[in-house]
Design a protein around this ligand. Structure first.
Ligand SMILES: Nc1ncnc2c1ncn2[C@@H]1O[C@H](COP(=O)(O)OP(=O)(O)OP(=O)(O)O)[C@@H](O)[C@H]1O
Length: 287
């Protein structure tokens, strides 16, 4: 997928996407960015739910802004909010959605739905009403509906938000399998998930693309430049380091400050950089 000079201005004047250009290829592509960065706006635009103000998006060499039906035929989408679920069981709801997606052959439809329910570990719950599902089960159901029709491009918006570690691992396992044969665009606030799952990623901020690349390569640029030390309990502000401070966080109840610096600041220890360090450095314009 080639995104070229994409902009989206909402009717209230908010510029949610600002002249964005990006190439997304096979595998899981991670989108990171603070709240309001424009991740959902980008995703909704790519799946054809809203028209951009300007720019072009090519998928399989087809301009999907001009021909939105092309992407709709090869698209799966798991939105952030799944909306109100009708009183139907998992199989019935998938069958309804499959018909809407144009899967006409009844016997194929049944095989396909049963296959997808197995893929997301819900085959034991096919006849249970979806509104009774736990959060994790709903997200797995959401992935099954996104996979209806075997789409080549799947968009998933914060699929593991609010899930327990076991469910999060389960969803990530499903995503990793799905990403082997198609493009998966994954938006999340979990930096660690992007590090584990994505070969390529982008950081968005205020509607703009800040940086794109491979998580492992991006982190390399920070080697020898990330330093940390415990902060004194009364050390509320650290003016000396405010310009280079990445974050102040807690480890085992103890407060730590982490800074970006070419040279070792007094009292600081060198740290192995993480993708979270890179994320904060990027958002704070330190790199
Ligand atoms: N329908 C809308 N009308 C007007 N402004 C909107 C609309 N949807 C989003 N916005 C604004 O566009 C900007 C980008 O929002 P968006 O939801 O795309 O960000 P996000 O990166 O997905 O955030 P989050 O991580 O909180 O989901 C924000 O300033 C938001 O308030």
């Amino acid at each position: 997928m080639i995104i070229d000079g994409l902009s989206l201005i909402y009717p209230n004047g908010v510029k949610a996407i600002d002249k964005m250009s990006l190439n997304i290829s096979q595998g899981i592509f991670g989108l990171l960015g603070p709240n309001g960065a424009g991740k959902s706006s980008l995703m909704k635009t790519l799946v054809g739910l809203q028209k951009p103000s300007s720019g072009q998006v090519l998928f399989n060499n087809v301009d999907i802004i001009r021909d939105p039906d092309h992407i709709k035929r090869t698209l799966g989408y798991l939105p952030q909010e799944f909306g109100v679920l009708p009183k139907a069981n998992a199989f019935q709801l998938l069958e309804h959605l499959a018909i809407l997606k144009g899967i006409k052959d009844k016997s194929f439809r049944k095989l396909h739905i049963n296959y997808l329910l197995r893929e997301v570990n819900l085959d034991q719950h096919a006849s249970r009403e979806v509104y009774t599902f736990s959060g994790g089960m709903r997200q797995r159901f959401g992935l099954a509906q996104a996979l209806l029709g075997n789409p080549q491009f799947i968009v998933v918006d914060e699929p593991t938000a609010g899930l327990d570690p076991e469910e999060r691992n389960r969803i990530n396992g499903i995503l990793s399998k799905i990403g082997q044969q198609r493009i998966v665009l994954l938006s999340t606030h979990l930096v660690e998930d992007v590090y584990q799952l994505c070969a390529e990623m982008a950081i968005l901020h205020s509607g703009k693309l800040k940086i794109t690349g491979s998580p492992k390569e991006l982190i390399k640029a920070l080697e020898g430049k990330i330093w940390a030390r415990p902060a004194a309990s009364d050390e509320a502000e650290i003016p000396d380091f405010s310009s280079v401070m990445i974050r102040k966080n807690f480890i085992g109840g103890e407060s730590w400050i982490t800074v970006f610096s070419e040279n070792r600041p007094d009292g600081f220890q060198l740290q192995k950089p993480t993708l979270e360090d890179f994320y904060f450095c990027s958002i704070k314009n330190l790199i």
